[in-house]
Design a protein around this ligand. Structure first.
Ligand code: FNR
Ligand code: LAC
Length: 362
């Protein structure tokens, strides 16, 4: 097949990225848990939502700027936390953060980044949040939060949908581990923790089983909040009652997410979970969404249902694999263009004009 020289949409980036990645890396990035039902449904659910555009509106100027937890963004977009970005490109999370800062979008850095949180913070403080995995070792967890605060991260984004790692069978088959020279940089230096090579199993799954605290409950949020003054965002909420509890426990943000279909297969598509959560939260926290965002119209639909902004995951890894920072920048500009066009065609000049009357489920 002829190589796509310059991808014109996010799907073409994925196609092109395949040839830049090892099978182990591509499988780790792309896969979902078990039968990948939720992974596919995250996309399919968007196609079930139809738009009801408004006509004869002046859309000569489209304004995409917004604020998330008080920080300005050039468009309602953040880059989702994703582990091990140096598998895609030697610059890894530094390239991603640089692209995010220059486009004026947010970025959430994974606990399991392959560049340290301090290095990534030097790229400067756009809207950078630190994604936390609470380890069994409380001292280690405390140190991570304190380091994130000292380095200037603006929020702690606690992932709550991974008490154990979901079963990604391609990773099991590949005996996923990191190649020589790559490490979870935030952990290796201070505690020597690394991703093992495990016969017949994903090394990441083993890492989770050994290191991540599966006994975490709502009560632990008080302890977490005592570690720093940073606002708390909970990532991985899929029910209205959990969203209400998140607010009661002081979360300022909620990311409606099923971890890109990588945790509980069969879980509801994130966009299908959004209406219940928007109703339950009732404006008391900012609600974001990730999972299956690939087009500007997907962002439009999420905003119409009530999300403040969305996060994109895998496409960023495809951009990184194809051409590092430039690839991520280009990919963000494609989405921005698509959102601009989608808003113009829907009769929305500002994000505030995007309301629930714009969508219908069928
Ligand atoms: C993830 N995700 C994730 N989430 C998290 O909280 N901490 C993490 O370290 C990771 N790591 C990670 C690695 C890879 C390779 C992927 C693809 C995803 C989940 C991520 O933040 C997000 O929820 C989904 O990727 C969003 O779905 P899409 O945009 O990939 O469909
Ligand atoms: C993943 C973990 C690291 O989804 O969140 O691979």
């Amino acid at each position: 097949m002829q190589e796509l020289v310059s991808p014109i949409n996010l799907f073409e980036y994925e196609q092109l990225a395949k040839s830049h990645l090892s099978q182990m890396a591509f499988d780790y990035y792309s896969s979902g848990a078990w039968d990948e039902i939720t992974l596919k449904d995250n996309r399919a659910a968007f196609t079930r939502i139809k738009l009801r555009p408004k006509m004869l509106v002046d859309v000569s100027e489209i304004n995409l700027t917004t604020k998330v937890l008080g920080e300005p963004l050039q468009l309602p977009l953040l880059i989702a936390p994703m582990a091990f970005q140096c598998l895609a490109h030697p610059d890894g999370e530094i390239a991603t953060a640089s692209a995010a800062v220059s486009a004026g979008v947010g970025m959430v850095l994974s606990t399991l980044s392959t560049k340290s949180l301090e290095e990534v913070a030097t790229v400067d403080n756009g809207l950078q949040w630190f994604q936390l995995y609470i380890h069994k070792d409380r001292g280690l967890t405390r140190a991570l939060v304190e380091r994130a605060y000292t380095a200037g991260y603006k929020a702690i984004c606690l992932t709550v949908d991974a008490p154990v790692l979901g079963k990604r069978e391609r990773d099991q088959r590949n005996e996923f581990t990191l190649p020589p020279g790559l490490h979870p940089a935030n952990l290796t230096k201070i505690s020597g923790l690394d991703i093992p090579h495990e016969k017949g199993e994903s090394g990441l799954l083993t890492y989770f089983a050994q290191q991540i605290n599966p006994a975490l409950t709502w009560k632990d949020l008080e302890w977490l909040q005592s570690l720093s003054p940073l606002p708390l965002v909970l990532k991985g909420i899929l029910r209205g009652d959990d969203a209400v509890r998140a607010v009661e426990y002081g979360a300022q943000g909620i990311v409606v997410s099923n971890h890109g279909g990588r945790q509980l297969d069969g879980a509801i598509a994130s966009i299908d979970a959004l209406p219940e959560i928007i109703a339950a939260v009732d404006g008391r926290a900012e609600v974001l969404l990730d999972g299956g965002i690939r087009r500007g119209i997907d962002i439009l639909k999420a905003l119409a249902i009530g999300a403040k902004a969305v996060l994109i995951g895998r496409p960023v890894l495809w951009g990184l694999a194809v051409s590092g920072q430039a690839g991520v920048s280009h990919l963000i500009s494609l989405l921005k263009d698509e959102l601009t066009t989608a808003m113009a065609l829907s009769g929305c000049a500002n994000l505030q004009d995007i309301d629930s009357t714009l969508v219908i489920h069928n």
